[in-house]
Write a protein that binds this ligand. Structure first.
Ligand code: UD1
Ligand code: CA
Length: 449
C-alpha cells in the first residue's frame, strides 16, 4: 500500500541541550537503533509519498544517518514548532493530501496509532486538524487539550500559558498531529508569537482552524507510545518501555525467558520458537536465533546467527558474522567472530575462533586460539569435518586442518595438516627416575644446617 496523498514532517530542530551530547538527540539509540530510525521504520509501513525532517544548524549528522530515506530541511533560527512546519512550505506548498507531523524525539509510536490518527482525519466531519492526545500520570509541562462537551477539540493551551483551571485538564498534547495539507499553510499564516515562550506554536493551529469554522478532533494514545526523550534519564526510561514490549512479544511468540528483566534485545532481534534464554543475556543488533536453541546465562551477541538446536553459553560472546550451525555447541568463555561453525561442531571452553570455518562435528579443545591477525592482515583458518583439535592449540592462520585430523594438545600449527593425520608440535616428555626425591632431600639437608 502506497500513500501518494500522505506526507510526513519530522521535527528535529530543537537543540536537545539536556542530552549533554555531541550526538544529535534524535540519533541516540533505543534498542540499538537511532530514535529517528525507529520512526522511519514505522513510517515504512505507511509508505508516505514524502518524508521531510526539519533540523537545525547541525544537519550533517542527521543527513549522514538517514541518507536518501528522507528529505532534510534546515530551520535556522528555530522560532517554535509552528515555524518548523512553516519552513517546509518550499517543499510541500501545493501538496493537498494528509500531513502527519511527528517529533524526532517521540520514537515509540506504532503504525497502528498513526493509522488511527489518519482514520479520524477522514471521519465524516473532515477535521482539518487531528491531535494525538494522551493522559499522562503526571501532566508535567505538556500542552493541554481543551475539548467541548461533544469531545471536539477547541484549542491547545501550552502549560506556560494555561490558567490554573486549564492546568487541571488531564488530556494532554503528545505533539503528534494529522493535518489537512490543503489548508495547513494558510492556517499557519495566522500564527503569532505573542505567548509566554515568544515562539510560533504549532498548537495554535487548532484555535485558528476553529475561527475559520473548521473542525478539529482528538485521537487518544497510550502514554508509553508518546513518551518524549529529552535527557539521558528519559532515554533510559524509554529503553525500559521498549525492552518490556520486546520481552512480551518474544514470550508470546514461544520464547522462554527465565528472568525477562535481565535479557536485553535489539530493535531487529529475531528469535524462533521453543528457545530458552537464561538470565543476563544481551542482544546487540543483527542477531537471528532459530528454533529450539538454548542460550545459557551471561552471553553477549551482535550480528550473529544461531541455528536450530544449538546451545550457547554460559558466558559466550558471539560477534558479527558468527554463524553457529544446527546442533552446534558453544560453551563458556568462547568468543566467535566472522566464522562458520558447521552443524554439530563443539567449542566447549575458553577459545577464540575468528575468520574460520569449523567443519561439521569437529571438536575444538579448551583453550584453542585461531591466530587470525598478524598486526596487519586477517587470515582464514579452515578445520575439516570431524577434526579434533587438542586443548591449548594455536592455529596460526592462514592454515588448514584436514577432515578427521587430530591435533595434539599444546601444538602451534603453522602449516596445512592432511586429512586423518595426527599433527603434534609439542616437545617430547623427558623423565629422570628419582630426581624429585633427590632434589627434596638435598634442599632439606641445606635448611637443616
Ligand atoms: C510541545 C508542544 C506541547 C506538547 C509537547 C509534547 C508546542 C508549542 N508545544 O512542547 O503542547 O505537549 O510538545 O512533548 O508545540 N522543534 C523544532 N523547531 C523549533 C522548536 C521545536 O523542530 O523551533 C522540534 C523539537 O526538536 C522537538 C519538537 O519540535 O522534536 C517539540 O519541541 P519542544 O520544544 O520540545 O516542544 P515542547 O515545549 O516540549
Ligand atoms: Ca519536548
Amino acid at each position: 500500500m502506497s500513500h501518494s496523498d500522505l506526507a510526513v514532517i519530522i521535527l528535529a530542530a530543537g537543540k536537545g541541550t539536556r542530552m549533554k551530547s555531541s550526538l544529535h538527540k534524535v540519533l541516540h539509540p533505543l534498542g540499538g537503533h537511532p530514535m529517528l530510525h525507529h520512526l522511519l521504520d514505522t513510517l515504512s509501513t505507511l509508505s508516505p509519498a514524502r518524508k521531510i525532517i526539519v533540523v537545525g544548524a547541525d544537519k550533517e549528522q542527521v543527513e549522514d544517518s538517514v541518507g536518501d530515506q528522507a528529505e532534510i530541511i534546515v530551520q535556522d533560527p528555530q522560532l517554535g514548532t509552528g515555524h518548523a512546519v512553516q519552513v517546509t512550505r518550499d517543499k510541500l506548498g501545493g501538496f493537498s493530501g494528509d500531513v502527519l507531523v511527528l517529533y524526532g524525539d517521540v520514537p515509540l509510536l506504532s503504525a497502528a496509532t498513526l493509522q488511527g490518527l489518519l482514520e479520524v482525519r477522514h471521519s465524516s466531519n473532515n477535521p482539518a486538524v487531528v491531535v494525538l492526545g494522551f493522559e499522562p500520570k503526571d501532566s508535567k509541562a505538556y500542552g493541554r487539550l481543551v475539548v467541548d462537551e461533544s469531545g471536539a477539540l477547541m484549542a491547545i493551551v501550552e502549560h506556560k500559558d494555561a490558567t490554573p483551571e486549564q492546568r487541571e485538564i488531564t488530556l494532554c498534547n503528545s505533539g503528534i498531529m494529522a493535518l489537512d495539507g490543503a489548508v495547513m499553510f494558510d492556517l499557519l499564516d495566522g500564527l503569532r508569537d505573542d505567548n509566554a515562550a515568544g515562539e510560533f506554536y504549532l498548537t495554535d493551529i487548532v484555535s485558528i482552524a476553529r475561527m475559520q469554522g473548521l473542525d478539529c478532533a482528538v485521537s487518544v494514545a497510550g502514554e508509553t507510545e508518546v513518551v518524549g526523550i529529552n535527557s539521558r534519564r528519559e532515554l533510559a526510561e524509554a529503553e525500559a518501555v521498549f525492552q518490556a514490549v520486546k520481552r512480551q512479544q518474544f514470550m508470546e511468540g514461544g520464547v522462554t525467558l527465565i528472568d525477562p528483566a535481565s535479557v536485553y534485545f535489539s530493535y531487529d532481534t529475531e528469535i524462533g520458537a521453543d528457545v530458552t534464554i537464561e538470565p543476563n543475556v544481551f542482544f546487540g543488533p543483527g542477531v537471528v536465533v532459530e528454533n529450539n536453541v538454548t542460550i545459557k546465562g551471561f552471553c553477549h551477541f551482535e550480528g550473529a546467527t544461531i541455528r536450530s538446536g544449538a546451545t550457547v553459553g554460559p558466558y559466550a560472546r558471539l560477534r558479527p558474522k558468527a554463524d553457529i550451525g544446527a546442533g552446534a555447541k558453544i560453551g563458556n568463555f568462547v568468543e566467535v567472530k566472522k566464522s562458520v561453525v558447521e552443524p554439530g561442531a563443539k567449542i566447549s571452553h575458553l577459545s577464540y575462533i575468528g575468520d574460520s570455518i569449523i567443519g561439521a562435528g569437529a571438536n575444538i579443545g579448551a583453550g584453542t586460539i585461531t591466530c587470525n591477525y598478524d598486526g596487519f592482515n586477517k587470515a582464514l583458518t579452515e578445520i575439516g569435518k570431524g577434526a579434533f583439535i587438542g586443548s591449548n592449540t594455536a592455529l596460526v592462520a592462514p592454515v588448514k586442518i584436514g577432515a578427521g585430523a587430530i591435533v595434539g594438545a599444546g601444538s602451534v600449527i603453522t602449516r596445512e595438516v592432511s586429512a586423518d593425520a595426527l599433527a603434534l608440535t609439542r616437545a617430547g616428555t623427558r623423565e629422570i627416575d628419582g630426581w624429585a626425591a633427590a632434589f627434596r632431600q638435598k634442599q632439606e639437608n641445606k635448611k637443616g644446617k
